[in-house]
Design a protein around this ligand. Sequence first.
Ligand code: GLA
Length: 326
Amino acid sequence: MAASNAAARADSLFHSTFGARSSHFGSASGRVNLIGDHIDYAGGTVLPMAIDARTHVAAARAAHDIAVSEWTEDDAWQRYAFGVLAELRERGLDIPPLAIAVASDVPVGAGLSSSAALEVAVARAALSVAGAEISLREIALACQRAEHLHAGVPCGIMDQWCVAHAAPREAIALDCAALVSRTVALPPALRIEIVDSGVRHALRDGGYAARRADVDAAAEALGVAHLARLSRERWREIDALPERMARRARHVVTEHARVDAAIEALSRDDLARFGALLSESHASLRDDFDVSVPELDALVDDAMSRGALGARMTGGGFGGCAIIAW
Ligand code: GLA
């Protein structure tokens, strides 16, 4: 569905729910991660890009905070929206009580950052009502904190950063240790297909937090702040860790190396190498990090048998989407 439709839907949802017109809008796109999964919270470099599908928020001042959306399954999404408002106020911004209506073309639970798109769209609408401005970096950090404290997901910074900073179809290399990013041009011949496995995840379900706990424990055992940046000379120390922790750590250090190699391959227009790195990433997420599911493995295998350059699951895993490079 066209992005502008979601904007119109948010506007009319606002009108039909609150009986008045909204005064301000905010929107943000979803993202797809080309390579570098489960390393943002380990200080790695990641390579996401914005997608065309967007989340739109219509807002206006109200007597108290109230939020409605097109999603009807449950109200869990409200924690993300109200969490963002709380975090902006926590930062001293004078955000008035708000009525907000949300409409989105970003599929939920598909690994395309529907949560971050919601958070950043709410932040933009709220800042617009308040007539306040903060940097994109601050928006990303406030939204990440909202997800930690109000939604209970100990996510890294990749999604909120990408959603706040990237323009559609623009890849960004984000160094999650230094919090600096730069845009990366994609070779015109490269085609990225996003395929939904149809398996739905909820990062709140605990698998994500468990992976992060393993990674944090491995970093502590090795005495490093950023596991992804463990020097190559020290990689062999990983073998001495308990078996599961060692597999998690092996994924993190090799995935970080693959991102650097992928950025380099793109700069040389070496699509074959880029594709091979995607496939290696998938194997690592499947075998060492245990976040793939059979449906995603099947999508990847099928793409490869049809002659793709490479394919991998993308995002947090446990379902969601695969990307295929052609
Ligand atoms: C989710 C999290 C991100 C990142 C990815 C996996 O999308 O929100 O911070 O950890 O999973 O790469």
